[in-house]
Design a protein around this ligand. Structure first.
Ligand code: SF4
Ligand code: SF4
Length: 372
């Protein structure tokens, strides 16, 4: 069984217990997954927001204090032969050959969590389930790449989201258009001054700018992110409504933790677990990637939108998928070298959010087709 499939089964049972107000029963949940109890225990600890795998499930349940977002990735000290790729080198093997993560270099891209049983992200699943049970009105703020995640159309998706407790459904694409408009005007000014600009909706790239490359932070447009624009609009319109952002990756958990207008975060994979806990299964079929919304979350999607709002011709460069080589390119920009473009779009995952680490099993199953 693939790792994401195993995580799905554990997450579905976890969600079911939380929705049925049986959180205490989570303590014995790992035993159900015999002989893979240890893997199940790690997944559950991550959902409970534990700060390390040394914590017990009982203690993590009792702990009601707000925990910091970092460390976002919990790493068990495994002895392994070969490290999975980490774009920043934050994941390393210590002198004893055990896995570890340097927090100051981790950009929450989630690449180390893809196929390994030693790294899990602490997510907002428990918090979001609690918000959905709270009796308050909750708006689902969905990322554009949701189009490919489930084998249903947008009408059916909205209906199902309402069946599991959401009151309204809103798409981040509205904020993406506002961002592109503002960036189009900014790009125009940049070109007139022979300068260049970075655009990125990618939350891992934001972390990269904050933690490792000032040049990315400094050259990034001053526009806010699509989630910021849309969540602000929603809170102004309906201040009492809670907002849960539903998206493709862990880095968005970091982004939303800094946004007072977002109350919770769910991954697409976690939404799939909740759907399944309610008896809905939309996992069949191969995603088609034909809709207008999905183009925004693909490689070049945002830079094409930004150029559409810029009245002078602009040359763009797309960096999709962070690697050690792209890091070299960022180092050269830090030394004041200019890219051969007016606008550089950077996204962490190859081909953009459609290959994010929080996608549903339907997308994961077909990821080879999607990335070709
Ligand atoms: S989340 Fe990404 S940056 Fe952080 S340790 Fe894992 S692979 Fe490296
Ligand atoms: S490309 Fe999209 S899915 Fe991947 S890290 Fe960036 S925001 Fe997340």
């Amino acid at each position: 069984m693939e790792r994401y499939e195993f995580q799905f089964f554990v997450g579905r049972e976890f969600s079911r217990l939380v929705l049925e107000n049986k959180l205490e029963e989570v303590c014995s949940l790992p035993q159900k997954f015999n002989p893979h109890e240890e893997e199940a225990r790690k997944i559950i600890l991550a959902y409970l927001g534990a700060l390390s795998f040394d914590e017990s499930i009982e203690k993590a349940i009792r702990n009601k204090e707000a925990r910091p977002v970092f460390p976002l990735i919990l790493c068990s000290r495994e002895k392994i032969e070969e490290l999975p790729p980490c774009p920043t080198g934050a994941l390393y093997l210590d002198k004893e050959g055990r896995t570890n993560i340097r927090q100051r270099g981790c950009i929450a891209c989630g690449r180390c969590t893809r196929d390994n049983f030693f790294a899990y992200a602490r997510t907002g699943l428990l918090n979001s389930l609690n918000l959905l049970k709270s009796g308050r009105k909750v708006t689902a703020l969905i990322a554009p790449s949701i189009d490919e995640q489930f084998n249903i159309d947008s009408e059916q998706l909205e209906k199902t989201l309402k069946q599991i407790g959401f009151d309204k459904v809103y798409n981040v694409k509205y904020g993406a258009i506002m961002m592109a408009q503002n960036e189009g005007l900014e790009l125009e000014k940049c070109i007139k001054c022979s300068d260049w600009m970075i655009t990125s909706c990618c939350a891992s790239v934001k972390e990269l700018g904050l933690k490792l490359f000032n040049v990315i932070e400094n050259k990034h447009s001053s526009a806010r992110t699509p989630v910021e624009y849309t969540s602000e609009y929603l809170k102004k319109k309906d201040p009492d409504n809670l907002v849960i952002f539903i998206g493709p990756c862990f880095a968005k958990i970091v982004e939303c933790s800094r946004n007072k207008n977002v109350d919770g975060v769910l991954l697409f994979s976690e939404l799939e677990m909740i759907f399944s806990a309610y008896g809905f299964d939309f996992s069949e079929g191969v995603p088609s990637y034909s809709s207008e919304l999905s183009t925004l979350s693909k490689k070049d999607g945002i830079s094409n939108a930004v150029k559409g709002f810029c009245s002078v011709p602009a040359k763009s460069l797309s960096i999709s998928g962070l690697t050690r080589n792209t890091m070299k390119q960022f180092h050269s920009w830090s030394r004041d070298e200019k890219p051969d473009a007016d606008l550089v779009e950077i996204v962490c995952c190859p081909n953009g959010c459609i290959s994010g680490p929080g996608n549903t099993s339907r997308v994961r199953k077909n990821s080879k087709i999607l990335l070709d």
